[in-house]
Design a protein. Structure first.
Length: 603
């Protein structure tokens, strides 16, 4: 069975023998023999990290120094993290594994240490040992990693030494082994916000943006609170506008921060704080890490006062708000601009042809898909990718369209994870989706990896079905060692804004690699179709299950400007990524979709 719609250079071919592969990786170096006492110290420090026992680690470090023990760099990094306080770190955006693990351990009857042993170590002692570790590493010529710098900075911030924290930031930015991440800057930004030093906080924001980093919800909410405390309307408006682009549904704390501004005296024009120093606003103008600046959601001040309506419902059919100060006002769909669309397409193409973006330093694909695959060399990847782009050009020539792109593997593996289930996809299940759209007169592109059609993998009984897909030009088989997600994503982007993608994949690997969260989230919100399988039915030809589809709403559920007011979506049960609310999935919330509406009161 041959398919012209596949990469002929590598797809389906057997891998060459290991001897014939040109080795591009560095040869593995045998494990160096580690002295028993060095190994024992390493394990002791690791054990102290597991139990958050700084006192025990300090004692072990003193003994190691007295005996002139050779301490490894990793042990220094772990000791610095202990000085920061592993048990005292606040929840940040990211899966709250620590919270989950603690609760699971308690449920299984495993002993937990409360309070944490290092709670009795005062801040001065922590700082002194952190400084000593830093100087010791400097004397040995050990470079600090991003994790070590982050811990060291946070220790200094605990004693309000922001000057030294920024000095360490500057040093970290010059160290090749330190790849900047948001957490390197976050603690300093938050410290300035808590001090009410809005100018310094914005300066750190500007600094991290120069590294191509984007704020998480935690930094945004602190900036909102600081802008409210200092009465700076221009900063509040800018932060709110950026937040709306990056966080579609804000957490409760963020909603309260937004509400607090509009209920404050500073939301009334005569009381506005007049910023004399324009430096803050110059920094904000230079913070543009995305394809284009966020659309400002202001004004955030009026001459009277602001009406705030809570828990406002919506008509899902019309998108109109059902009550409150913006009753009957319709929410609108927020689409990608042509500039952002082009940037997404370019980034996806770069990832597919080279394996990563220039600033992407991670070894992982994201989305629990493991490490990045690097078997194909650049030439092979580019050849396969060119064949695909040529195919799309032919497919879309003469005004033809692709209405729906189907992520075949995602559909085929749906509800197949049960004891005794086959390892291959359910090809009939995929065909139900294909036929559903064809019967509606839609143009369909089915994208699947070539492994699903290998002789040893695909049952003979489905060969006629697959042959029909190929005969009708519906199927494109993606090559080995390349992620099929890149292909269906590119097909949707090249086909244009009218094209939808059928998949339940949350696409976390794309969000992780593309480093353009604003554009990606907005695209996903407007172009992804989710599916479920319903009851069995007979259509006269075959027995199949009903395909239940969830199309994008006619409006966007996100912070947006509506008429002369502002609409903020509230968390509902089932929302994912609720990290600042303390859980991955929102459970203790109402199931209804509701909004907070804000509007200037009528004169």
């Amino acid at each position: 069975m041959t398919d012209p719609n596949r990469c002929s250079s590598t797809a389906g071919q057997k891998r060459p023998a290991k001897d014939s592969i040109i080795e591009t990786k560095k040869p593995k170096i045998g494990n160096k023999k580690v002295e028993p006492d060095v190994l024992a110290f390493r394990r002791l420090v690791q054990d102290c990290c597991s139990n958050n026992d700084l006192l025990k680690a300090i004692k072990a470090y003193e003994e190691a120094c007295q005996s002139s023990l050779k301490i490894e760099a990793q042990s220094f990094y772990n000791l610095l993290s202990l000085c920061d306080g592993l048990g005292q770190r606040s929840l940040h955006v990211g899966t709250p594994k620590a919270t989950q693990n603690n609760s699971q351990s308690a449920g299984k009857g495993k002993p937990t240490t409360q309070p944490f042993p290092d709670a009795v170590v005062d801040l001065e002692t922590r700082l002194n040992y952190a400084k000593r570790l830093y100087e010791h590493m400097q004397s040995l010529g050990f470079p600090l990693t991003e994790t070590a710098y982050s811990a060291l900075i946070k220790v200094h911030l605990k004693v309000q030494d922001t000057t030294r924290a920024e000095e360490l930031l500057a040093e970290a930015e010059q160290v090749a082994q330190c790849k900047p991440k948001l957490r390197l800057y976050s603690a300093t930004l938050l410290a300035y916000c808590h001090e009410g030093d809005l100018g310094a906080a914005v300066r750190v924001w500007h600094r991290l943006s120069q590294q191509g980093l984007v704020l998480s919800e935690k930094e945004y909410v602190n900036l909102l609170q600081c802008a409210t405390a200092t009465g700076n309307a221009r900063v509040f408006e800018r932060v709110l506008s950026d937040l709306a682009e990056d966080i579609l549904v804000p957490c409760q704390e963020t909603c309260q921060a937004i509400r607090s501004w509009f209920q404050s005296e500073f939301a009334i024009l005569p009381e506005a704080f007049a910023e004399k120093n324009d430096t803050i606003h110059r920094w904000m103008q230079e913070i543009q890490p995305h394809a284009e600046p966020a659309v400002l959601l202001g004004p955030v001040q009026c001459h009277t006062h602001w009406d705030v309506s809570e828990n406002v419902g919506i008509n899902p059919s019309s998108g109109k708000l059902l009550s409150g100060c913006l009753q009957d006002a319709p929410l609108r769909p927020v689409e990608l601009s042509s500039m952002a669309w082009a940037q997404m397409k370019e980034m996806n193409e770069t990832i597919a042809s080279s394996g990563k973006l220039e600033n992407d330093t991670s070894d992982y694909q994201g989305g629990r898909k493991g490490r990045k695959k690097t078997v194909l060399n650049t030439g092979e990847r580019q050849q396969c990718w060119k064949q695909f782009t040529d195919y799309l050009s032919r497919r879309l020539s003469d005004g033809q369209t692709i209405d729906v792109v189907i992520d075949g593997a995602n559909v085929g593996y749906f509800e197949t994870n049960f004891p005794g289930s086959p390892k291959h996809v359910d090809y009939h299940q995929i065909n139900w989706a294909v036929q559903h759209f064809l019967e509606q007169g839609k143009s369909v592109l089915l994208v699947m990896h070539c492994r699903h059609f290998a002789r040893h993998f695909m049952p003979e009984s489905v060969q006629p079905l697959v042959q029909r897909w190929m005969d009708h030009g519906l199927l494109y088989q993606t090559p080995r060692d390349m992620n099929d997600d890149w292909f269906w994503m590119q097909a949707a982007l090249v086909a244009g804004p009218g094209t939808l993608v059928l998949t339940n994949d949350e696409m976390r690997d794309h969000h992780f690699q593309m480093l353009a969260p604003r554009s990606f989230l907005r695209w996903k919100d407007r172009h992804q179709v989710h599916f479920q399988l319903g009851a069995w039915k007979h259509d006269g030809k075959e027995r199949r299950r009903e395909l239940i589809l969830t199309y994008p709403e006619i409006y966007s559920r996100r912070i947006q400007r509506v008429e002369d007011g502002l609409v903020v979506p509230l968390v509902k049960r089932g929302d994912v990524n609720r990290f600042l609310d303390g859980a991955f999935v929102a459970e203790d919330f109402p199931p209804e979709e509701t909004y907070m509406c804000i509007r200037p009161a009528k004169m």
